[in-house]
Design a protein around this ligand. Structure first.
Ligand code: SF4
Length: 455
């Protein structure tokens, strides 16, 4: 059994949680649909965003140099990291230079990808995630299960128990307002004590050297305004050529993510306040390799809205942790094999290829086509398990010959009626574990059509 299948099996063993998780994400998907339907030019926005990102990917070297030059003119320190180790070392060197021992961080999937928290903790630096969902999972010592809703797999009662144990809230009180206020009080202390603040970056503008951070809680702003040093960590694909392009993406991002017209805070940072220091760390970590792969470069257009996760029937019913990767869901399943084909060869198969992910993607990434392409790559690189190769070869032979197809169809329709249940539903047949076959039809469609075509 693959890692995804095993973890998904653990997740669905709690039927109540699975149904609730599925329903919660479908609710977010519906909110996205309602919000998008109110914008007549929605499809034009998607195409425009996709084209702007196409331009960025085709001219990335120039835009990166332009961004660096403009940011430096603004008095910002710009650093380049080829990989996660370099990223962590750069951040740690900045913190050490300022003798920073207490750091607040707003949500950043890139720092998750680089394993920054544990790296800094090992050096005796306290790093506090200040997004409420991120703080919940940090207190549980777990990775996020969703890129926008990191604690979507946890119920409010579990948060109540966690806060009682870690923050001293009332036992048994799971009221969301009460728990949010308790988290706010706890985090306010951390903001005011912080020696430095770290944030992610949603967009970086080449012509101005500025960056934009979108949050609903204002925690990035709280951190950057209270701490004397702020560090912004960004993947090198986050660029937009001009400030005027921002409007397209801001209109798409929150609507696609949660159905909101925009995030509560859309903050623009250009230069440090007087007496403060501002750093930007630009990280590659496998991105330029992905850029060089014609079939997969589009995945770098991703603006991390999470819409593909909310709509995916597999993600909704297998949970984000089943993807055993920083970025889960359909987009994770096309990004991760680029990082390590062997380790993540199961992910492109965690899909029905229904195409719903591509339909909702605000930057029109052809996600389901890339999933299909990765499957072919995995086969070519001999990473497909025999348990998949043999049935696929048999099926290919059956589907390639109409005589074989007719014979096998007849055989299946007859034998399924006669076979005792235990032959279909047993430990060896994992397919039958959570599924039931419908009653076989009396005849094939071909047979029915031959009889009825003149009616
Ligand atoms: S792939 Fe598209 S839908 Fe999925 S997170 Fe990225 S931008 Fe959003």
């Amino acid at each position: 059994m693959s890692i995804h299948a095993k973890k998904a099996s653990d997740f669905i063993s709690n039927e109540e949680r699975t149904n609730w998780h599925d329903g919660a994400l479908w609710h977010v998907r519906n909110k996205r649909d309602i919000s998008a339907s109110k914008i007549p030019e929605w499809e034009l926005l998607r195409s425009t965003a996709s084209q702007i990102k196409e331009n960025v990917l085709s001219n990335l070297d120039n835009y990166l140099i332009q961004f660096e030059e403009e940011a430096k003119k603004n008095g910002v320190h710009v650093h380049w990291a080829a990989n996660d180790d370099e990223h962590n070392s750069i951040v740690s060197a900045i913190l050490n230079k300022h003798n920073a021992k207490k750091v607040v961080k707003s949500k950043s999937m890139l720092t998750e990808e680089c394993g920054l928290n544990h790296f800094l903790e090992d050096q005796g630096i306290e790093i506090i995630d200040t997004d409420l969902g991120e703080r919940i999972i940090q207190l549980r010592d777990e990775p996020p299960s969703h890129i926008v809703l990191p604690a979507i797999h946890i119920k409010k009662e579990e948060v109540g128990e966690l806060f009682h144990a870690k923050l001293g809230t009332e036992k048994g009180n799971a009221d969301p307002t009460y728990l949010t206020r308790a988290a706010r009080t706890h985090l306010n202390h951390k903001f005011f004590e912080a020696d430095a603040a770290i944030t992610g970056v949603n967009f970086a503008i080449a012509e101005t050297g500025g960056i934009v951070i979108c949050t609903n809680e204002g925690n990035a702003d709280m951190g950057c305004h209270s701490a004397p040093v702020h560090i912004h960590c960004m993947g090198l694909e986050k660029l937009l050529p001009k400030a005027e392009h921002l409007g397209v993406f801001i209109r798409l991002l929150a609507r696609s993510a949660t159905g909101q017209p925009s995030t509560i805070y859309t903050s623009h940072y250009h230069k440090p306040e007087s007496g403060k220091e501002m750093h930007i760390v630009i990280v590659d970590n496998g991105r330029s390799e992905q850029l060089g792969k014609e079939d997969f470069r589009n995945s770098l257009k991703c603006i991390r809205c999470g819409a593909c996760m909310n709509t995916c029937p597999i993600y909704r019913r297998s949970g984000g942790h089943s993807y055993h990767a920083t970025i889960p869901g359909p987009i994770g399943a096309i990004l991760q094999p680029n990082r390590n084909l062997q380790e993540y060869s199961d992910l492109p198969f965690a899909s029905t290829l229904c195409g719903s992910c591509s339909d909702v993607c605000p930057v029109k990434i052809n996600i389901h086509e890339q999933l299909y392409k990765w499957r072919q790559e995995i086969y070519k690189h001999n990473e497909l398990p025999k348990s998949k190769i043999i049935p696929l070869k048999v099926t290919t032979n059956i589907l390639a010959s109409s005589t074989m197809y007719n014979i096998m169809g007849k055989l299946a329709r007859t034998s399924l009626k006669l076979l005792p249940d235990f032959l279909l539903y047993n430990k060896l047949n994992t397919w039958g574990k959570n599924r039931e076959l419908p009653a076989p039809p009396k005849e094939s469609f071909k047979e029915w059509y031959k009889k009825n075509k003149h009616e």
